[in-house]
Design a protein around this ligand. Structure first.
Ligand code: SF4
Ligand code: SF4
Length: 406
Protein backbone atom coordinates (compact mmCIF):
# COMPACT_ATOMS: atom_id res chain seq x y z
CA UNK A 1 0.00 0.00 0.00
CA UNK A 2 2.86 2.35 0.98
CA UNK A 3 4.60 1.56 -2.33
CA UNK A 4 1.44 2.19 -4.35
CA UNK A 5 1.10 5.58 -2.63
CA UNK A 6 4.73 6.42 -3.40
CA UNK A 7 4.49 5.32 -7.02
CA UNK A 8 1.94 8.09 -7.79
CA UNK A 9 4.46 10.96 -7.52
CA UNK A 10 7.05 8.92 -9.47
CA UNK A 11 4.66 8.44 -12.36
CA UNK A 12 3.63 12.10 -12.23
CA UNK A 13 7.26 13.26 -12.33
CA UNK A 14 8.03 10.90 -15.19
CA UNK A 15 5.01 12.04 -17.21
CA UNK A 16 5.87 15.68 -16.53
CA UNK A 17 9.47 15.13 -17.68
CA UNK A 18 8.34 13.39 -20.89
CA UNK A 19 5.77 16.13 -21.57
CA UNK A 20 8.39 18.86 -21.07
CA UNK A 21 10.91 17.10 -23.34
CA UNK A 22 8.31 16.52 -26.07
CA UNK A 23 6.92 20.05 -26.04
CA UNK A 24 10.31 21.76 -25.92
CA UNK A 25 11.59 19.43 -28.66
CA UNK A 26 8.70 20.44 -30.93
CA UNK A 27 9.68 24.08 -30.44
CA UNK A 28 13.40 23.48 -30.92
CA UNK A 29 13.04 21.33 -34.05
CA UNK A 30 10.90 24.13 -35.54
CA UNK A 31 13.65 26.61 -34.74
CA UNK A 32 16.31 24.47 -36.40
CA UNK A 33 13.89 23.66 -39.28
CA UNK A 34 15.11 23.19 -42.85
CA UNK A 35 17.39 20.22 -43.28
CA UNK A 36 15.78 16.76 -43.30
CA UNK A 37 18.81 15.08 -41.61
CA UNK A 38 17.65 11.73 -43.02
CA UNK A 39 17.44 10.90 -46.72
CA UNK A 40 15.44 8.44 -48.76
CA UNK A 41 17.64 6.74 -51.33
CA UNK A 42 16.06 5.92 -54.71
CA UNK A 43 15.59 2.19 -55.29
CA UNK A 44 16.58 2.38 -59.01
CA UNK A 45 17.66 4.92 -61.62
CA UNK A 46 16.25 5.39 -65.11
CA UNK A 47 19.27 4.94 -67.40
CA UNK A 48 19.73 4.27 -71.11
CA UNK A 49 22.96 4.32 -73.08
CA UNK A 50 21.64 6.90 -75.61
CA UNK A 51 20.55 9.36 -72.87
CA UNK A 52 22.49 12.68 -72.90
CA UNK A 53 24.13 13.16 -69.50
CA UNK A 54 22.11 16.32 -68.60
CA UNK A 55 18.96 14.26 -69.22
CA UNK A 56 20.24 11.53 -66.89
CA UNK A 57 20.41 14.14 -64.11
CA UNK A 58 17.04 15.70 -64.97
CA UNK A 59 15.11 12.42 -65.28
CA UNK A 60 16.51 11.05 -62.03
CA UNK A 61 16.14 14.33 -60.17
CA UNK A 62 19.66 15.07 -59.02
CA UNK A 63 22.01 18.03 -59.64
CA UNK A 64 24.59 17.92 -62.44
CA UNK A 65 27.47 17.99 -59.98
CA UNK A 66 26.48 14.45 -58.98
CA UNK A 67 27.26 13.45 -62.59
CA UNK A 68 30.66 15.13 -62.33
CA UNK A 69 31.42 13.30 -59.07
CA UNK A 70 30.09 9.96 -60.30
CA UNK A 71 32.06 9.92 -63.54
CA UNK A 72 34.98 12.24 -62.56
CA UNK A 73 34.03 14.82 -65.21
CA UNK A 74 35.34 18.37 -65.49
CA UNK A 75 32.75 21.20 -65.23
CA UNK A 76 30.92 21.46 -68.54
CA UNK A 77 32.22 18.11 -69.78
CA UNK A 78 28.80 16.48 -69.39
CA UNK A 79 27.36 18.67 -72.12
CA UNK A 80 27.11 16.91 -75.48
CA UNK A 81 27.91 13.45 -74.06
CA UNK A 82 25.61 10.49 -73.70
CA UNK A 83 25.80 7.83 -71.05
CA UNK A 84 27.09 5.39 -73.68
CA UNK A 85 30.04 7.72 -74.44
CA UNK A 86 31.47 6.99 -71.01
CA UNK A 87 32.35 3.43 -72.00
CA UNK A 88 30.54 1.93 -69.02
CA UNK A 89 27.80 -0.67 -68.89
CA UNK A 90 24.43 0.49 -67.53
CA UNK A 91 25.10 -1.53 -64.34
CA UNK A 92 28.48 0.14 -63.85
CA UNK A 93 27.05 3.60 -64.53
CA UNK A 94 24.24 2.94 -62.04
CA UNK A 95 26.76 1.84 -59.43
CA UNK A 96 28.81 5.05 -59.86
CA UNK A 97 25.69 7.21 -59.78
CA UNK A 98 24.24 5.45 -56.74
CA UNK A 99 27.37 6.07 -54.71
CA UNK A 100 27.82 9.71 -55.76
CA UNK A 101 24.12 10.41 -55.29
CA UNK A 102 24.09 8.80 -51.83
CA UNK A 103 27.09 10.85 -50.66
CA UNK A 104 25.66 14.07 -52.16
CA UNK A 105 22.32 13.46 -50.45
CA UNK A 106 23.99 12.76 -47.12
CA UNK A 107 26.02 15.94 -47.35
CA UNK A 108 23.17 18.24 -48.30
CA UNK A 109 20.81 16.78 -45.69
CA UNK A 110 23.01 17.77 -42.75
CA UNK A 111 22.71 20.83 -40.59
CA UNK A 112 26.42 21.49 -40.19
CA UNK A 113 26.01 24.39 -37.75
CA UNK A 114 24.10 22.12 -35.40
CA UNK A 115 26.55 19.26 -35.84
CA UNK A 116 29.59 21.40 -35.02
CA UNK A 117 27.79 23.08 -32.09
CA UNK A 118 26.88 19.70 -30.67
CA UNK A 119 30.42 18.34 -30.89
CA UNK A 120 31.83 21.56 -29.36
CA UNK A 121 29.41 21.22 -26.44
CA UNK A 122 30.20 17.51 -26.03
CA UNK A 123 33.89 18.42 -25.78
CA UNK A 124 33.02 20.95 -23.05
CA UNK A 125 30.47 18.83 -21.14
CA UNK A 126 32.11 15.40 -21.03
CA UNK A 127 35.28 16.60 -19.24
CA UNK A 128 33.08 18.10 -16.49
CA UNK A 129 31.30 14.76 -16.04
CA UNK A 130 34.66 12.99 -16.14
CA UNK A 131 36.07 15.25 -13.40
CA UNK A 132 33.02 14.69 -11.19
CA UNK A 133 33.23 10.89 -11.52
CA UNK A 134 37.01 10.85 -11.12
CA UNK A 135 36.87 12.94 -7.94
CA UNK A 136 33.88 10.97 -6.62
CA UNK A 137 31.69 14.06 -6.61
CA UNK A 138 28.85 12.43 -8.54
CA UNK A 139 26.34 12.40 -5.68
CA UNK A 140 22.72 11.43 -6.45
CA UNK A 141 21.73 15.11 -6.69
CA UNK A 142 24.66 16.06 -8.93
CA UNK A 143 24.06 12.96 -11.08
CA UNK A 144 20.44 13.87 -11.71
CA UNK A 145 21.46 17.47 -12.44
CA UNK A 146 24.09 16.34 -14.96
CA UNK A 147 21.68 13.91 -16.63
CA UNK A 148 19.02 16.62 -16.87
CA UNK A 149 21.53 19.13 -18.25
CA UNK A 150 22.74 16.65 -20.87
CA UNK A 151 19.16 15.82 -21.85
CA UNK A 152 18.28 19.49 -22.27
CA UNK A 153 21.42 20.47 -24.17
CA UNK A 154 22.05 17.50 -26.46
CA UNK A 155 18.48 16.26 -26.89
CA UNK A 156 15.98 19.07 -26.47
CA UNK A 157 18.06 22.03 -27.67
CA UNK A 158 20.23 20.31 -30.29
CA UNK A 159 17.81 17.62 -31.44
CA UNK A 160 17.99 14.02 -32.44
CA UNK A 161 20.97 14.12 -34.83
CA UNK A 162 23.82 13.54 -34.63
CA UNK A 163 23.80 10.80 -32.02
CA UNK A 164 26.11 7.86 -31.29
CA UNK A 165 23.62 5.22 -32.38
CA UNK A 166 22.91 7.02 -35.66
CA UNK A 167 26.58 7.02 -36.61
CA UNK A 168 26.82 3.26 -36.51
CA UNK A 169 23.31 2.42 -37.73
CA UNK A 170 23.51 4.82 -40.67
CA UNK A 171 27.03 3.67 -41.55
CA UNK A 172 25.83 0.06 -41.78
CA UNK A 173 22.66 0.86 -43.68
CA UNK A 174 24.30 3.29 -46.15
CA UNK A 175 27.02 0.73 -46.80
CA UNK A 176 24.42 -2.01 -47.29
CA UNK A 177 22.12 0.07 -49.47
CA UNK A 178 24.57 2.17 -51.51
CA UNK A 179 27.98 0.60 -50.92
CA UNK A 180 29.55 3.80 -49.58
CA UNK A 181 30.74 5.23 -46.28
CA UNK A 182 29.96 8.90 -45.62
CA UNK A 183 33.37 10.20 -44.39
CA UNK A 184 32.07 12.78 -41.83
CA UNK A 185 29.99 10.03 -40.21
CA UNK A 186 32.99 7.73 -40.03
CA UNK A 187 34.90 10.55 -38.29
CA UNK A 188 32.03 11.12 -35.81
CA UNK A 189 31.87 7.38 -35.08
CA UNK A 190 35.62 7.31 -34.43
CA UNK A 191 35.33 10.27 -32.03
CA UNK A 192 32.51 8.53 -30.14
CA UNK A 193 34.48 5.29 -29.93
CA UNK A 194 37.47 7.23 -28.67
CA UNK A 195 35.42 8.56 -25.75
CA UNK A 196 34.30 4.99 -25.02
CA UNK A 197 37.91 3.81 -24.97
CA UNK A 198 39.24 6.79 -23.01
CA UNK A 199 36.67 6.59 -20.24
CA UNK A 200 34.33 3.65 -19.93
CA UNK A 201 31.46 4.28 -22.34
CA UNK A 202 31.52 7.97 -21.56
CA UNK A 203 29.53 9.24 -24.53
CA UNK A 204 26.72 6.83 -23.63
CA UNK A 205 26.96 7.65 -19.94
CA UNK A 206 26.78 11.42 -20.16
CA UNK A 207 26.47 12.61 -23.75
CA UNK A 208 23.86 10.49 -25.53
CA UNK A 209 20.53 12.24 -25.21
CA UNK A 210 18.44 9.07 -25.44
CA UNK A 211 20.74 7.30 -22.98
CA UNK A 212 20.53 10.08 -20.39
CA UNK A 213 16.75 10.37 -20.88
CA UNK A 214 16.31 6.68 -20.00
CA UNK A 215 18.80 7.03 -17.14
CA UNK A 216 17.02 10.02 -15.64
CA UNK A 217 13.62 8.28 -15.79
CA UNK A 218 15.12 5.23 -14.07
CA UNK A 219 16.55 7.42 -11.32
CA UNK A 220 13.30 9.37 -10.88
CA UNK A 221 11.96 5.99 -9.76
CA UNK A 222 14.79 5.68 -7.21
CA UNK A 223 13.98 8.75 -5.14
CA UNK A 224 16.36 11.38 -3.83
CA UNK A 225 18.95 8.92 -2.58
CA UNK A 226 19.06 7.04 -5.87
CA UNK A 227 19.31 3.62 -4.21
CA UNK A 228 16.41 1.38 -5.20
CA UNK A 229 13.19 1.54 -7.15
CA UNK A 230 10.12 3.07 -5.50
CA UNK A 231 8.21 1.02 -8.05
CA UNK A 232 10.24 -2.26 -7.97
CA UNK A 233 12.96 -2.36 -10.63
CA UNK A 234 14.39 -5.35 -12.46
CA UNK A 235 18.01 -6.04 -13.40
CA UNK A 236 17.76 -8.36 -16.42
CA UNK A 237 20.43 -11.04 -16.76
CA UNK A 238 23.15 -9.93 -19.17
CA UNK A 239 22.90 -13.04 -21.34
CA UNK A 240 19.32 -12.07 -22.11
CA UNK A 241 19.79 -8.35 -22.82
CA UNK A 242 23.02 -8.82 -24.73
CA UNK A 243 21.67 -11.84 -26.63
CA UNK A 244 18.78 -9.71 -27.92
CA UNK A 245 21.20 -6.85 -28.70
CA UNK A 246 23.49 -9.13 -30.73
CA UNK A 247 20.47 -10.50 -32.62
CA UNK A 248 19.26 -6.94 -33.32
CA UNK A 249 22.69 -5.96 -34.64
CA UNK A 250 22.83 -9.04 -36.88
CA UNK A 251 19.31 -8.38 -38.17
CA UNK A 252 20.08 -4.68 -38.86
CA UNK A 253 23.20 -5.62 -40.83
CA UNK A 254 21.62 -8.57 -42.67
CA UNK A 255 18.52 -6.64 -43.72
CA UNK A 256 20.59 -3.62 -44.88
CA UNK A 257 22.85 -5.75 -47.07
CA UNK A 258 20.25 -8.24 -48.30
CA UNK A 259 17.15 -6.08 -48.67
CA UNK A 260 18.56 -2.53 -48.69
CA UNK A 261 16.34 -1.55 -45.77
CA UNK A 262 17.01 0.24 -42.48
CA UNK A 263 15.32 -1.97 -39.89
CA UNK A 264 15.60 0.47 -36.98
CA UNK A 265 14.58 3.67 -38.78
CA UNK A 266 10.77 3.31 -38.35
CA UNK A 267 11.11 2.70 -34.61
CA UNK A 268 14.15 4.92 -33.94
CA UNK A 269 13.48 6.22 -30.40
CA UNK A 270 15.84 9.17 -30.93
CA UNK A 271 12.90 10.70 -32.79
CA UNK A 272 11.48 11.60 -29.39
CA UNK A 273 13.58 14.74 -29.95
CA UNK A 274 11.78 15.52 -33.23
CA UNK A 275 8.24 14.51 -32.32
CA UNK A 276 6.75 15.66 -35.64
CA UNK A 277 8.58 12.75 -37.35
CA UNK A 278 7.65 10.05 -34.83
CA UNK A 279 4.91 8.23 -36.77
CA UNK A 280 2.82 5.43 -35.24
CA UNK A 281 5.62 2.83 -34.96
CA UNK A 282 8.04 5.44 -33.61
CA UNK A 283 5.45 6.67 -31.09
CA UNK A 284 4.84 3.14 -29.81
CA UNK A 285 8.59 2.47 -29.59
CA UNK A 286 9.23 5.70 -27.67
CA UNK A 287 6.34 4.98 -25.30
CA UNK A 288 7.63 1.45 -24.60
CA UNK A 289 11.26 2.51 -24.15
CA UNK A 290 10.45 5.41 -21.83
CA UNK A 291 7.94 3.43 -19.76
CA UNK A 292 10.32 0.48 -19.46
CA UNK A 293 13.07 2.88 -18.35
CA UNK A 294 11.28 3.35 -15.02
CA UNK A 295 11.65 -0.36 -14.30
CA UNK A 296 14.75 -1.48 -16.22
CA UNK A 297 18.00 0.46 -16.53
CA UNK A 298 18.44 1.89 -20.05
CA UNK A 299 16.34 -0.72 -21.88
CA UNK A 300 17.12 0.57 -25.38
CA UNK A 301 20.87 0.73 -24.69
CA UNK A 302 21.10 -2.74 -23.19
CA UNK A 303 18.62 -4.64 -25.36
CA UNK A 304 18.73 -3.03 -28.80
CA UNK A 305 21.21 -0.24 -29.47
CA UNK A 306 23.89 -1.14 -32.06
CA UNK A 307 26.24 1.47 -30.60
CA UNK A 308 25.54 0.01 -27.17
CA UNK A 309 26.89 -3.33 -28.39
CA UNK A 310 29.98 -1.85 -30.04
CA UNK A 311 30.53 0.41 -27.03
CA UNK A 312 30.34 -2.59 -24.72
CA UNK A 313 33.13 -4.23 -26.74
CA UNK A 314 35.12 -0.95 -26.62
CA UNK A 315 34.69 -0.89 -22.84
CA UNK A 316 36.93 -3.95 -22.65
CA UNK A 317 39.91 -1.78 -23.55
CA UNK A 318 38.82 1.40 -21.75
CA UNK A 319 41.65 3.35 -20.14
CA UNK A 320 39.58 4.68 -17.22
CA UNK A 321 37.17 2.22 -15.64
CA UNK A 322 35.63 1.23 -12.29
CA UNK A 323 38.15 -0.71 -10.22
CA UNK A 324 37.97 -2.29 -6.78
CA UNK A 325 40.71 -2.06 -4.19
CA UNK A 326 40.11 -5.40 -2.46
CA UNK A 327 42.35 -4.51 0.47
CA UNK A 328 39.89 -1.82 1.51
CA UNK A 329 36.72 -3.61 0.45
CA UNK A 330 34.69 -4.99 3.38
CA UNK A 331 32.50 -6.95 0.92
CA UNK A 332 29.38 -5.21 2.14
CA UNK A 333 27.78 -5.44 -1.33
CA UNK A 334 26.48 -1.85 -1.10
CA UNK A 335 27.94 -1.11 -4.53
CA UNK A 336 26.31 -4.19 -6.04
CA UNK A 337 22.92 -3.18 -4.70
CA UNK A 338 23.14 0.46 -5.70
CA UNK A 339 24.34 -0.31 -9.25
CA UNK A 340 21.34 0.03 -11.55
CA UNK A 341 22.53 -2.96 -13.58
CA UNK A 342 24.42 -6.18 -12.92
CA UNK A 343 27.76 -4.54 -13.87
CA UNK A 344 29.10 -4.00 -10.35
CA UNK A 345 28.23 -7.54 -9.30
CA UNK A 346 30.32 -8.82 -12.20
CA UNK A 347 33.18 -6.36 -11.54
CA UNK A 348 33.34 -7.07 -7.79
CA UNK A 349 33.15 -10.84 -8.13
CA UNK A 350 35.40 -10.93 -11.21
CA UNK A 351 32.94 -12.56 -13.58
CA UNK A 352 34.36 -13.47 -16.97
CA UNK A 353 31.78 -11.34 -18.78
CA UNK A 354 31.21 -7.85 -17.41
CA UNK A 355 27.98 -6.16 -18.53
CA UNK A 356 27.86 -2.52 -19.66
CA UNK A 357 29.01 -0.07 -16.98
CA UNK A 358 27.86 3.49 -17.66
CA UNK A 359 30.37 5.15 -15.33
CA UNK A 360 27.54 6.69 -13.34
CA UNK A 361 29.64 6.77 -10.16
CA UNK A 362 26.86 5.41 -7.89
CA UNK A 363 29.04 2.52 -6.70
CA UNK A 364 31.93 4.88 -5.85
CA UNK A 365 29.63 7.29 -4.06
CA UNK A 366 28.08 4.63 -1.82
CA UNK A 367 31.26 2.72 -0.93
CA UNK A 368 31.87 3.22 2.82
CA UNK A 369 35.63 2.70 2.53
CA UNK A 370 36.35 4.41 -0.81
CA UNK A 371 37.44 1.06 -2.19
CA UNK A 372 36.11 1.79 -5.68
CA UNK A 373 38.03 4.12 -7.97
CA UNK A 374 37.57 5.33 -11.49
CA UNK A 375 41.14 4.65 -12.50
CA UNK A 376 43.56 3.33 -15.09
CA UNK A 377 45.33 -0.02 -15.37
CA UNK A 378 44.12 -3.59 -15.08
CA UNK A 379 41.46 -4.56 -12.58
CA UNK A 380 43.00 -6.27 -9.53
CA UNK A 381 42.09 -9.81 -8.60
CA UNK A 382 40.62 -10.35 -5.12
CA UNK A 383 42.84 -11.98 -2.51
CA UNK A 384 42.09 -15.42 -1.10
CA UNK A 385 41.25 -13.83 2.26
CA UNK A 386 38.77 -11.50 0.61
CA UNK A 387 37.11 -14.38 -1.17
CA UNK A 388 36.60 -16.06 2.20
CA UNK A 389 34.76 -13.08 3.74
CA UNK A 390 31.03 -13.86 3.76
CA UNK A 391 28.86 -11.69 1.51
CA UNK A 392 27.44 -8.84 3.57
CA UNK A 393 30.73 -7.82 5.13
CA UNK A 394 33.24 -8.36 7.88
CA UNK A 395 31.90 -5.67 10.17
CA UNK A 396 34.24 -2.86 9.16
CA UNK A 397 31.67 -0.98 7.10
CA UNK A 398 29.71 1.97 8.39
CA UNK A 399 26.12 0.71 8.63
CA UNK A 400 24.54 4.16 8.10
CA UNK A 401 25.97 4.34 4.55
CA UNK A 402 25.13 0.83 3.41
CA UNK A 403 21.45 0.55 4.22
CA UNK A 404 20.54 -0.36 0.65
CA UNK A 405 17.66 -2.78 0.40
CA UNK A 406 18.23 -5.87 -1.67
S1 SF4 B 1 23.74 2.60 -25.98
FE1 SF4 B 1 22.27 4.07 -25.18
S2 SF4 B 1 23.53 5.77 -24.64
FE2 SF4 B 1 24.75 4.55 -26.04
S3 SF4 B 1 24.28 5.32 -28.10
FE3 SF4 B 1 22.84 3.72 -27.70
S4 SF4 B 1 21.03 4.80 -26.92
FE4 SF4 B 1 22.77 6.16 -26.71
S1 SF4 C 1 29.39 -0.39 -11.90
FE1 SF4 C 1 27.23 0.20 -11.86
S2 SF4 C 1 27.07 1.78 -10.27
FE2 SF4 C 1 29.23 1.57 -10.78
S3 SF4 C 1 29.60 3.14 -12.31
FE3 SF4 C 1 29.14 1.23 -13.43
S4 SF4 C 1 26.94 1.34 -13.79
FE4 SF4 C 1 27.38 2.86 -12.21
Amino acid sequence: MKRIKKSGPVILQAVALVAIVLSLSVASSRLWGGKPEKVELPAAFTLRAEMPLPEVAAVNGFPKKILQKAFSLQPGEARGKTLGDLGLSIEEAEEHLRKAHALGQQHSSKNWVKIFSKFALWFAFLPIAFYLVLRNRMTPKVRKGMLAASLLIFGVALGSDPNPMGTIKDTITLLGISGVVFPPRAIALSVFLLTVILANKFICSWGCHLGVFQDLLHRINRGKRDRRGTIPQWKPPFWLSNGIRVATFAALTGVAFLWAYDLIEPIDPFRVFKPAHLGIAGGIAVFLVLTASLLVYRPWCNFFCPFGLVGWLGEKISIFKMKVDYENCPKCDACVKVCPSTAMDAILYQDKVIPDCYACGACMDICPTDAIQFGTGRRERPTKEWMEIPKGGNGTQKPDRISVAA
